[in-house]
Design a protein around this ligand. Structure first.
Ligand SMILES: O=C(O)CCC(=O)C(=O)O
Ligand SMILES: [Fe+2]
Length: 208
C-alpha cells in the first residue's frame, strides 16, 4: 500500500489531485451502499449545508444533495475495509509527510437525479482544520450520460471524473476547487476529511 500512497502523492503534486481505482473492492462498495440505502429509507439523511458552526446553513442554489454523518466507529462497522484504508493512509501521511492529521470527519452523500454541488473549496473561511479530502464512489457502471461528474480545477485546467464504484479521489482541502455536475441517476458517495485540530494548551497541561 505504501507504494500506492507514494503514487497518490506524486499525482497530487503533478496535477493538484489524485485518482485511484479499486481503492476498495466491489463487495465493500456494495455493503456500504446497502447501509446508505437503508439509512435513506429510514430517513436518516438530511439536506447538506454549507459553512460551519454559526455560519452553517442550507443553500439549494449551491448544493442540494443529502448527507449522513458517520462516526469512525460506524464506518468501522459499515465498511471495515474503507475504515482500515483511511487509517492506513492517515498514518502514512503523518509518518512520511509529517502531516499532523489528528482527527477526521466522514459523511455519506446522496445526489438524487438533478442534484449538484457548485464550484467550491472544502476548507471553511473561518476554520483551517481540514487538510485533505478523500472521496470514494459507490456507483456501479457510471457512464457519461449519467451526468454527476466531479469536475476538478487542477494545475492543468479542469478535468472530469466519473463517480465509479471503488474509485478514490484525493486532494488538499484548501487548494483544489471542484464541483459536482447535476446527476441524472441516484449518485452515492463517501467523503472524508483528514484534519489537524489544535488542542488547547490548557487541555495538555497537568497541575501538580
Ligand atoms: O461527491 C463528490 O464528487 C464531491 C462532493 C464534495 O465536493 C463535497 O462533499 O464537498
Ligand atoms: Fe467538496
Amino acid at each position: 500500500m505504501e507504494a500506492t500512497f507514494d503514487a497518490l502523492l506524486t499525482q497530487m503534486e503533478q496535477q493538484g489531485f489524485a485518482v485511484m481505482d479499486e481503492f476498495i473492492d466491489r463487495a465493500s462498495v456494495a455493503k456500504l451502499r446497502e447501509h446508505a440505502q437503508r439509512a435513506m429509507a429510514d430517513r436518516a439523511f438530511h439536506p447538506a449545508g454549507i459553512g460551519q458552526g454559526q455560519h452553517h446553513h442550507t443553500n439549494h442554489t449551491i448544493r442540494n444533495d443529502q448527507v449522513l454523518w458517520l462516526t469512525p466507529d460506524t464506518l468501522a462497522v459499515w465498511c471495515p475495509t474503507l475504515h482500515h484504508h483511511i487509517d492506513h493512509l492517515t498514518g502514512w501521511l503523518n509518518q512520511s509527510c509529517y502531516a499532523g492529521i489528528n482527527q477526521s470527519e466522514f459523511h455519506l452523500a446522496h445526489y438524487a437525479p438533478g442534484a449538484y454541488y457548485k464550484r467550491h473549496l472544502d476548507r471553511f473561511a473561518n476554520n483551517n482544520e481540514r487538510r485533505f479530502t478523500v472521496i470514494v464512489y459507490l456507483n456501479d457502471q457510471w457512464c457519461e450520460a449519467d451526468g454527476g461528474q466531479l469536475v476538478v480545477y487542477g494545475h492543468a485546467g479542469h478535468h472530469s471524473i466519473q463517480p465509479e464504484a471503488g474509485r478514490l479521489v484525493f486532494f488538499p482541502s484548501d487548494k483544489l476547487e471542484h464541483e459536482v455536475l447535476p446527476a441524472k441517476r441516484p449518485r452515492w458517495s463517501f467523503t472524508g476529511w483528514l484534519k489537524t485540530v489544535r488542542i488547547p494548551q490548557s487541555c495538555c497541561s497537568t497541575n501538580y
